[in-house]
Design a protein around this ligand. Structure first.
Ligand code: FES
Ligand SMILES: [Fe+2]
Length: 368
């Protein structure tokens, strides 16, 4: 069994097999990922602009953990495990504003710094010490001035120091980055595929010709480039033409497309057309299912770009879902062990270098 379960990702993609099928299908392995990977890394919580006023909060779920991120009256953004210290009811849901965090179960309440404010009936009880029942903190960090991330590991390296120059690349590469504001809510999409299948698919445009014919027709694929760096990778392209049957980009509108990945669960990206940016969290639910949570950013007051969103939601998204769900079924096949990367040293349209880069980071995190 041990022989079968060996994983070796060679540092040279041209000499390496891909991750084997079992890492995408083993329940026990997801339990390992939880401890070694998900609970030690940085994940997207929400936009700084959603936390503009004191008491503004967002909640986010990572596997079975619920996290609450809140702006305090002192201006600080703080994260907490979203659980009451009395008898463990969850405290807040969704997003909103709460000057005081009050538990719906027995109405214990907490200040915005996590300290216990009231514990109805217990305050004068002997041996009751409010200090022991503060909310448990979770680290947060603001990334690129706009995005709030959290990490359940109090000892993990900071996000800015691990993400290198990704923030600068996104800020410089996204049209009107400074003016983009978060759209309300998140759009979740469930998929019958392991979270890594979704990210493997994100990481290459080798499939764009066969699987996204309209996209490949619109973009100058000969100029499409993939780069990898530290904990992130990027794919960038330019329009080759302004319209086809599926998608029209007004002349003079943004002619770029770019997609960035930040290890392990966050992507940033935009399609050609009006200025926008989508931050996506790709999170596991079970070993064979995942959810993508899309958070859109656009210019305040701008009309939605109907052509672009229809293309993304009705064409590009479903094309990728069908691929990922087929791959998940295939990874469980007794007729598959591991595959091989296609590698273009120039980072051109056929390269799977960013899939390989993702797998190297993964193997490192899992101690393979
Ligand atoms: S569980 Fe929160 S007040 Fe009882
Ligand atoms: Fe795709």
């Amino acid at each position: 069994m041990d022989g079968l379960r060996q994983v070796r990702i060679h540092e040279d993609p041209a000499q390496s097999d891909t991750l084997p099928g079992w890492v995408y299908t083993s329940e026990a392995h997801l339990a390992d990922e939880r401890e070694r990977l998900f609970f030690r890394t940085w994940h997207y919580a929400g936009a700084v602009d959603e936390l503009a006023a004191p008491g503004d909060y967002v909640t986010v779920r990572l596997l079975d953990q619920s996290i609450l991120v809140m702006r305090g009256r002192d201006g600080a953004i703080r994260g907490f495990f979203n659980v009451c210290q009395h008898r463990a009811h969850e405290l807040l849901e969704g997003s909103g504003n709460a000057r005081v965090v009050t538990c719906p179960y027995h109405a214990w309440s907490y200040h915005d710094d996590g300290s216990l404010r009231t514990a109805r009936g217990a305050e004068r009880q002997p041996h009751f010490s409010a200090d022991r029942f503060c909310l448990k903190p979770v680290r947060t960090e603001v990334f690129a001035g706009k995005f709030v991330f959290f990490n359940l590991d109090p000892l993990a390296a900071g996000l800015a120091e691990t993400a290198g120059d990704l923030a600068a690349d996104i800020m410089a590469g996204t049209p009107d980055f400074d003016r983009l504001k978060p759209l309300p809510g998140r759009t979740p999409r469930a998929m019958q595929a392991n979270w890594k299948v979704v990210l493997d698919n994100f990481h290459e445009c080798y499939h764009c010709g066969p699987a996204h014919p309209a996209f490949a027709d619109l973009i100058d694929m000969a100029g499409y480039r993939t780069t990898v760096s530290g904990l992130w990778s990027a794919q960038k392209g330019q329009l080759g033409r302004h319209e086809n049957k599926a998608y029209t980009v007004a002349p003079g509108a943004n002619a770029l497309t770019a997609f960035w990945f930040l290890w392990p669960t966050t992507t940033f990206g935009f399609l050609p057309g009006s200025p926008s940016l989508t931050v996506t969290s790709i999170l596991p639910q079970t070993v064979g299912t995942s959810v993508r949570r899309y958070h859109g950013f656009a210019l305040p007051g701008a009309e939605p770009d109907e052509a672009k969103s229809a293309y993304g939601q009705m064409v590009l998204g479903p094309e990728d879902i069908a691929i990922c769900e087929s791959v998940q079924r295939g990874l469980a096949s007794r007729g598959y062990t591991a595959g091989r990367y296609v590698h273009d040293p120039e980072g051109g349209q056929t390269t799977e270098a960013a899939v390989h880069h993702f797998h190297r980071l993964y193997a490192g995190a899992m101690g393979f």
